[in-house]
Design a protein around this ligand. Sequence first.
Ligand SMILES: *Cc1c(COP(=O)(O)O)cnc(C)c1O
Length: 432
Amino acid sequence: MITGTLKTTKSEEIFASAQALMPGGVSSPVRAFKSVGGQPIVFDRVKDAYAWDVDGNQYIDYVGTWGPAICGHAHPEVIKAIQETAEKGTSFGAPCALENVLAEMVIDAVPSVEMVRFVNSGTEACMAVLRLMRAYTKRDKLIKFEGCYHGHADMFLVKAGSGVATLGLPDSPGVPSSTTANTLNAPYNDLQAVRQLFEAHPGEIAGVILEPVVGNSGFVVPDAGFLAGLRELTTEHGALLVFDEVMTGFRIAYGGAQSHFGITPDLTTMGKVIGGGLPVGAYGGKKEIMEMVAPAGPMYQAGTLSGNPLAMMAGIKTLEILRQPGSYEHLDKITKRLINGLLEVGKETGHAMYGGSISGMFGFFFQDGPVHNYDDAKKSDTAKFGKYHRAMLEQGVYLAPSQFEAGFTSLAHTEADIDKTIAAARTVLQNM
Ligand SMILES: *Cc1c(COP(=O)(O)O)cnc(C)c1O
């Protein structure tokens, strides 16, 4: 199963037991490493830019629990604040002053957000925002893009990204065609396709949802004019523009992709970073639209643990650390150093690679590129990626276990970590 010198006896034992207890041995599909050999590393602890597995191996971590660990794992200020907050109880199921604090921080930071509702995951945020789009516009149809991931709710599981792409799954069984009948798909970066959908369904489309920078079919950036074009088209057709910033929010800039690109959507979903490693999601936007949400308005959405003090505090501390001067400069600098180094090593060793980064988010594909959408991404050499991934683990580098996931850096990653990673990549690719 495992080749090489990495000692993984305990990881193998634990994962083998897990198989009988949980479907595929995991609580979320991509964690099973199915597309890179099927033997995941079982973590014991994480700190700063590093992860340690149950066999005692140390890795430089570029997954960062899929984005939330942007300040570095187990940041002392975040941990201390969580501990102190926990002393007062973990959930109130009643209003809590910390909700106001995080809400104000989000509203100040994210240009489109005038009001916000907290939920417990990105999936929940996207489910709710779709209901809100429909409630507000009184229209049912939705445009999304192939290879974008908006969580695991039925309406979005058509040509979706993330684990759906990694595992090469067709649209999921258990999703009735009636729930996806109103989901229209277009290729990413294809404005003409979006225009045609609007023309084919006049007055029926509630809005367009997208990852403003894609991380769930690998790292794919919007072409010049794509986001602005969507802004124009949605406005022209009386539809809403929704940025799913669950991944990009507070990551590619403090104000998310919308502040990076200067395009303001009507609604925004958030998650990952905003919870600082605890379960938080959020959706927000123009006050006029958000006031449709119960109890201010008639659109129902609720949550027992929503806005709980522990999760709010983790989010608040994380954003406080992030908004200190120099944070995004650091992320940008080290991530550029990383991706440039990785691509350079590809060139040196004669392996076709294409990739890029924005602030603390990066990605690369084993192919010549360019990659504008999911169909382009699929041309990558996934078998080569699988070998590379395994060999990088052997070298102490933990990358996302799929060619179709973005990578993440944190404030804790140092230039020395980056240089070690590049040296590891050189060793690996020279021998492939
Ligand atoms: C991770 C992600 C989601 C889903 O969030 P969960 O917290 O995993 O439910 C939705 N949209 C995007 C863009 C994501 O990256």
